[in-house]
Design a protein around this ligand. Structure first.
Ligand SMILES: Cc1ncc(COP(=O)(O)O)c(C=O)c1O
Length: 505
C-alpha cells in the first residue's frame, strides 16, 4: 500500500464526486467519525495513510471500495464504475431535461483543496438560522462599518464631488492622484526604490493577493505562509497551483514567527515568504528584531517578501509599525495596504500593492502582474478617487486606538473578559481588532474546533470562526473580532463563559 497511490486515488475520487476536504470532514463529524482537517490534508498530500475505520469511511463516502482506494486493487475501473453508478442514480432521481439526461455542472477541481472558512460552513449555518428568524451575535468578520465605525466625513464628501468624473475606466494600475498619495505614504514608511510605476491599486488587498499569487506560482512552487494565517493567502496560492507551506507563529513568543520552523521548511522550490503584520487573526505586531531575522532568512535564500500590512494604522500602546520592506533594500518586496480597515470603508474596495527594493530580481514577475492587472482593466475608480483625501491630513483612526478610543477600550475589555473564563488563555493583541484565544483541550475534551464553533452557534447564537479556519492545525483556538461595542461584547462573553461551563466534546 503506497501513501502516494492512496493520495492520488483519494483526490481522483473526490474530484469525480465533486467533494472537497471540508465536505468529507463535515460528513465525518455528522457520522461521529474522527477526521480532522489536518488528517485530511495529510492524506491528500500523501503524508500519511488512514486507519482502517477512516479508510472505510472515506471509501463509503466516495462510492469506491476500500481495496481500490488503498491501492490494493490495481486498476482504475473503480472510479469509472462509480461515475457510471452516480450517473445512473442521478437519472433514477429523474434529473431529466427535455427528455434527455440533464447536464450537471460541477465546480472546477482546482477548488478541491481551497478553504475559506471565514465565510464557510459555520457562517452558512448562521445565515440559515438568521433566515429562520434567530438573532445571531456576530464576532466573525472584520468589517468595521456595521459596528458603527464611521467613514470620515471628508472621504464621503470628496467621493460625492468626484463621482461624475469616475465614470470611465482608469489606467489599469490606478489613477495618478491615488498612486501619488500611495507613493508618498510609501516614502513615509521608508520603502526603498519605489516609483509611480511600482504601485497598483486593487479592489481591496484581496484582489491583489490573488493577482500576485497567480502571476508568481507555477504548479508545485512553494510559498511560506504563516499559521495561523489570513486564509485568503493560502487559498490564492493553492488556486494558482502553488503549494502553501505553513510556518508556525509561536504563541509562547507573542505569536512571532518561529525562525527555526521557517528555515526547516525552505526547499529548492520555495519562491517567497508571506508575513501578515499586524496580524490577523492574532493581533500581533512584529518588532524590528523579528522583521530583521525574517529579512536575513529571505536574503540567504533569495526569497520574495510579501508583506500584508492592511492593519498598519491600527496599532496600540504607543507602538510603531515598521514595514519589513524598509529593512530589505537589496531584496524584492511587495507591500500591501488599503483603506478597508483604517478608514472603515471595506465596502468601497480599495487597496494597493507596492513593489520595492531590488526590482532587477523580479522584472519578469512584475511584467506578469502588469499583464494580469491590464486584464482586469482597473480597480473601482470612485474608491481610487478618495485615496489622496484619506491618506492626507488628520487620521481619524488614531482616535480609536488610544485610551478612551473604541478599539483600545474594546481590546482591554475582551482580553480581560475572555482570559477570566476558566480554560481560556490569550496573548494580548497589540494591533488590528482580533484576538485568538486558546482553549484548554483537555478540560473540554476538545477534538474538533469546527464542531465547537457550530455547537456554540446553536447553543448561544454566537458566531465566531474556529482556529482551523485560519489554517491552524490544532483544534484549540478560535478568533474573536472585537469590533462590537462593549455592551455587545459583554453579552457575548457572558454567553461564551456559560457555554464553557458545561461544554464537553
Ligand atoms: C490580513 C488581511 N489582508 C487582507 C484583507 C482583505 O482586505 P481588503 O478589504 O482590502 O480586500 C483582510 C481582510 O480582513 C485581512 O485581514
Amino acid at each position: 500500500m503506497s501513501k502516494e497511490v492512496f493520495a492520488d486515488r483519494l483526490k481522483m475520487a473526490m474530484a469525480r464526486q465533486g467533494k472537497k476536504q471540508v465536505d468529507l470532514i463535515r460528513a465525518a463529524a455528522a457520522q461521529g467519525v474522527k477526521l480532522g482537517k489536518s488528517h485530511m490534508s495529510q492524506y491528500v498530500s500523501g503524508k500519511t495513510f488512514p486507519r482502517e475505520d477512516t479508510l472505510c469511511f472515506l471509501a463509503k463516502n466516495l462510492g469506491v471500495t476500500k481495496e481500490w482506494l488503498s491501492g490494493e486493487e490495481e486498476d482504475d475501473r473503480q472510479v469509472q464504475k462509480t461515475e457510471e453508478s452516480r450517473e445512473s442514480s442521478s437519472e433514477s432521481e429523474n434529473h431529466m431535461l427535455g427528455g434527455k439526461k440533464m447536464r450537471e455542472f460541477k465546480k472546477s477541481t482546482k477548488l478541491n483543496n481551497v478553504l475559506y472558512d471565514v465565510r464557510g460552513p459555520v457562517v452558512d449555518e448562521a445565515a440559515r438560522m438568521e433566515e429562520a428568524g434567530t438573532q445571531i451575535l456576530k464576532l466573525n468578520i472584520g468589517n468595521p462599518a456595521p459596528f458603527g465605525f464611521q467613514t470620515p466625513d471628508e472621504v464621503i464628501y470628496d467621493m460625492r464631488r468626484q463621482l461624475t468624473e469616475c465614470e470611465g475606466y482608469s489606467p489599469a494600475e490606478g489613477l495618478f492622484s491615488a498612486r501619488k498619495a500611495i507613493m508618498q505614504y510609501a516614502q513615509l514608511k521608508n520603502l526603498p526604490n519605489v516609483t509611480m510605476d511600482d504601485i497598483y491599486t486593487g479592489n481591496g488587498v484581496s484582489e491583489l493577493i490573488n493577482l500576485c499569487m497567480s502571476a508568481l506560482l507555477d504548479n508545485g512552487d512553494e510559498i511560506l505562509i504563516p499559521a495561523p494565517d489570513y486564509p485568503l493567502w493560502t487559498a490564492c496560492a493553492i488556486l494558482a497551483g502553488g503549494k502553501a507551506v505553513h510556518y508556525i507563529c509561536d504563541e509562547q513568543s507573542d505569536w512571532y514567527p518561529d525562525m527555526d520552523d521557517i528555515r526547516k521548511k525552505i526547499t529548492d522550490r520555495t519562491k517567497a515568504i508571506v508575513i501578515i503584520n499586524p496580524n490577523n487573526p492574532t493581533g500581533a505586531l512584529y518588532p524590528k528584531e523579528v522583521l530583521q531575522q525574517i529579512v536575513d532568512i529571505a536574503r540567504e535564500h533569495q526569497l520574495i517578501i510579501f508583506s500584508d500590512e492592511i492593519y498598519d494604522r491600527l496599532v496600540m500602546d504607543g507602538e510603531e509599525h515598521i514595514s519589513i520592506a524598509s529593512l530589505a533594500p537589496d531584496l524584492f518586496c511587495v507591500t500591501y495596504s488599503g483603506l478597508s480597515k483604517s478608514h472603515m470603508i471595506a465596502g468601497f474596495r480599495i487597496g494597493w500593492a507596492i513593489f520595492s527594493g531590488n526590482k532587477d530580481m523580479a522584472k519578469d514577475y512584475m511584467e506578469g502582474v502588469r499583464m494580469l492587472s491590464n486584464m482586469r482593466l482597473c480597480s473601482n475608480v470612485p474608491a481610487q478617487s478618495i485615496v489622496q483625501t484619506a491618506l492626507g491630513g488628520h487620521q481619524s483612526v488614531m482616535d480609536y486606538v488610544v485610551p478612551g478610543g473604541r478599539i483600545y477600550e474594546q481590546r482591554e475589555y475582551i482580553y480581560k473578559a475572555l482570559t477570566d473564563i476558566p480554560g481560556i488563555s490569550a496573548v494580548k493583541p497589540k494591533a488590528a481588532f482580533y484576538i485568538f484565544p486558546k482553549i484548554d483541550v483537555k478540560r473540554f475534551n476538545l477534538k474538533d474546533d469546527e464542531k465547537f464553533a457550530l455547537d456554540l452557534l446553536k447553543d448561544k447564537k454566537i458566531l465566531l470562526i474556529h482556529g482551523g479556519g485560519f489554517n491552524w492545525n490544532q483544534p484549540d483556538h478560535f478568533r474573536v473580532v472585537y469590533l462590537p461595542r462593549i455592551e455587545v461584547l459583554k453579552e457575548s462573553v457572558s454567553k461564551i463563559a456559560d457555554f464553557f461551563s458545561y461544554y464537553h466534546q
